[in-house]
Design a protein around this ligand. Structure first.
Ligand code: GLP
Length: 272
């Protein structure tokens, strides 16, 4: 597990984008696992810049998204701010700006008639693609990956989950408020990859920024492995995990200086 601490959100985003771009160049037909939320927007912006200015080619890349609200699906007839589906987010913030084939992008279908069969199918699609080469992850304020809320099994698979009130509050403030919906009208359920699904990705990057995440970052990275902070499952992960934080999100890490020292040492020794 590498922990990289950057000065600010822009630098965090650039570092994450560089790691993703390296894989896309090394393995043009790679499978990416993607995330939504305010955190990855800068990473997507930088990847879009690399596509436009440096010719970063997504024509053979396949993607699977972590999650989607149950009951929501992309509706291009609506203005973006009124369509809060994660499918629309991915289209607006990333896919429509790059040369990825729409048929190579899969976001869980929040409008599926049979969510249980769909979740099984989604897992089968990931397996059929050969698994996820690199999973991008954010961190919810209650310590979740995807929508794996406190109490989710650390072996869980893609499934339907009920959202935690903290998640509803956060996502209402960041996204839904501008639609004119009241908090009560927000989706209360979602489809999410499970923690067990995420742990099978061949490599992963977690990005976190902001002082409001500093406590949960410290719990996830330096606290015990617990289903109450599902991202703490990172300590069970067998692939390469790179955590990229801005200084504000890293501020409460007890071993902050150690992580900086390790990064310098690794860089000097050409391990990074
Ligand atoms: C949602 C998503 C998560 C994301 C989290 C953090 O709950 N399902 O995948 O990590 O929000 O969002 P933000 O980046 O806006 O803080």
């Amino acid at each position: 597990m590498n922990i990289l601490i950057r000065d600010n959100y822009e630098e965090m985003s650039k570092t994450a984008a560089q790691l993703i771009a390296k894989l896309v160049r090394d393995k043009p037909n790679c499978v990416l696992g993607l995330a939504t939320g305010s955190t990855p927007i800068g990473t997507y912006k930088e990847l879009i810049r690399m596509h436009k200015e440096e010719g970063l080619d997504f024509s053979q890349v396949r993607t699977f998204n972590l999650d989607e609200y149950l009951g929501l699906g992309m509706d291009l007839n609506k203005p973006y701010e009124l369509d809060q589906s994660y499918a629309r987010f991915m289209y607006e913030e990333f896919f429509k700006h790059i040369n990825i084939k729409p048929e190579n992008t899969l976001v869980p279908d929040g409008l599926t008639k049979d969510p249980y069969a769909y979740c099984k199918w989604y897992e089968e699609q990931i397996a059929a693609a050969g698994g996820i080469d690199l999973q991008l992850l954010g961190l919810g304020r209650d310590g979740h990956w995807g929508f794996n809320e406190p109490g989710s099994s650390l072996a869980s698979r893609t499934r339907v989950v009920a959202l935690h009130q903290k998640t509803i509050d956060d996502n209402y403030e960041s996204f839904f408020k501008k639609t004119g919906l009241s908090k009560d009208e927000m989706p209360k359920f979602a489809i999410t990859m499970g923690i067990g699904t995420i742990l099978e990705a061949h490599s992963a990057i977690m990005i976190v920024n902001g002082a409001h995440k500093a406590d949960i970052v410290a719990q996830a990275i330096e606290g015990p492995v617990t289903a109450q902070v599902t991202a703490s499952a990172m300590h069970l992960y067998q692939g390469d995990l790179t955590i990229v934080l801005d200084q504000a999100a890293a501020a409460k890490l007890q071993n902050y200086k150690h992580y900086l020292h390790v990064e310098n040492l690794m860089r000097e020794s050409c391990f990074l």
